[in-house]
Design a protein around this ligand. Structure first.
Ligand code: PMP
Length: 418
């Protein structure tokens, strides 16, 4: 009742899903890949709590790291101050990349700001590097880079971004690397992309080799490359970062969501010495960006613990088998009626439902939302992007739970679609 009196929920508040049971679920506890509601019912967290949670809920090592930090201090300003956890975290993030590539780290709050920081750095880089004419940003059709006005200017999804277009800066969108050749590259500041898979667009896969092709295009034309690995980063694709699959190193990478293992809002934008030095050489040595909670000490403690778990629990090695299992199990819904396509990239997948191969379900039937509500009744929490159902569980999920997740989805699809 209090929720209804006072709270607004992102996107889901007033949507008529034609389903009386569309009530926000009251989640009160979690453990591993499971979440529990206020009535004691258990669910598989099939979306890792909106793609953030990596190692499960209440992981003892992250819990302990946050508790230990609470005994010291929870938060201190990063404007002219520092602390050991932030410095340690920066060193560890840099060490995930080949030597002398991405060596500079700016910490912020969430995925949107991590992207915006990269945009502002790119603007200032060109201003201070003798090319103030390089002002244009290019993104890809269907892109999602966050909901703040700057990040949403790059967005290519009309439902989310369209109505604000008069207030957004004029980013341009292309559908492929080839289309970049139609643009005047000398005025482009940077190209921004979600590598390998676009998430909010509906779990859409890029063709293999596309990212490497984009890197080559940027190099040829002197354009900066910003990778948004807010979703794909920290193991989601089976490697630590998606760009490793194509041997690409960006000029900027935006990281958030999984950075703290999904515990606290913290983000990082990494860039190179070359970009960083341009700031020092310019008349203005400052990056004009800063938030109150930058480098929050509890967030840094959680992030360090999450990275330690990757090493100590050999998370990526363990994940390889689970990625294969998910692929095998998804073969079943793949053959099911109304399942038009199953798209998987590492440990994330989208199951697209269509009335026929040629024809989507009418939008006002809210088939995706109804399937997710049915899945909820079968113990799976997931989310629709229109009629594509997203599966992106925590890495700690066990084999039986992966099976339970896929069969709950298959049952829900049968119940709703017939
Ligand atoms: N980039 C991508 C690829 C995302 O998926 C998201 C969030 N879904 C964001 C940026 C924005 O992150 P946040 O919601 O933490 O601001």
């Amino acid at each position: 009742a209090l929720d209804k009196s006072h709270l607004w929920h992102p996107f889901t508040q007033h949507r008529d899903w034609n389903a009386p049971e569309h009530e926000p679920l009251v989640l009160v506890e979690g453990e591993g890949a499971l979440l529990r509601d206020s009535e004691g019912r258990e669910y598989i967290d099939g979306n890792s709590s909106i793609w953030t949670n990596l190692h499960g809920h209440r992981h003892p090592k992250i819990d302990a790291a946050i508790r230990a930090q609470l005994d010291r201090v929870a938060h201190t300003s990063f404007l002219g101050f520092t602390h050991p956890l932030a410095a340690e975290l920066a060193r560890e993030l840099v060490a995930l990349w080949p030597a002398n590539t991405l060596t500079r780290v700016f910490l912020s709050d969430d995925g949107s700001t991590a992207v915006e920081v990269a945009l502002k750095m790119a603007v200032q880089f060109w201003q201070q590097n003798g090319h103030p004419e390089r002002t244009r940003f290019i993104a890809f059709s269907g892109a999602y880079h966050g909901d703040t006005m700057g990040a949403s200017s790059l967005g290519g999804i009309s439902t989310f971004h369209g109505r604000f277009s008069a207030w957004q800066f004029p980013a341009e969108h292309v559908a492929s690397v080839g289309a970049l050749d139609t643009l005047d590259s000398t005025t482009i500041a940077a190209v921004v992309i979600e590598p390998l898979m676009q998430g909010a667009a509906g779990m859409r896969l890029w063709p293999r080799g596309m990212l490497a092709e984009l890197r080559r295009w940027c190099d040829e034309h002197g354009v900066l490359l910003i990778l948004d690995e807010v979703m794909t980063g920290f193991g989601r694709t089976g490697k630590m970062f998606a760009c490793e699959h194509e041997g690409v190193i960006p000029d900027f990478i935006a990281l958030a969501k999984g950075l703290t293992g999904g515990y606290l809002p913290l983000a990082a934008t990494l860039t190179s010495e070359r970009i960083f030095n341009a700031f020092l050489g310019g008349p203005d040595r400052t990056l004009y960006y800063g938030h109150s909670y930058t480098a929050n000490q509890l967030g840094c403690a959680a992030a360090l613990a999450s990275l330690a778990i990757f090493r100590e629990e050999r998370v990526l090695e363990q994940l390889a088998g689970k990625i294969d299992l998910l692929a095998r199990l998804l073969g079943k819904p793949r053959g099911q009626r109304y399942v038009a396509e199953v798209r998987q990239c590492g440990f994330m997948a989208g199951v697209e439902l269509r009335r026929t191969e040629q024809e989507a379900f009418p939008a006002d039937q809210f088939i995706g939302a109804k399937v997710c509500l049915a899945a909820r009744r079968h113990g799976l929490l997931t989310r629709p992007i229109r009629d594509t159902i997203v599966l992106m569980p925590p890495y700690c999920i066990n084999e039986a739970q992966i099976g339970g997740m896929v069969s709950a989805l298959a049952t829900a699809i049968r119940e709703v679609c017939g």
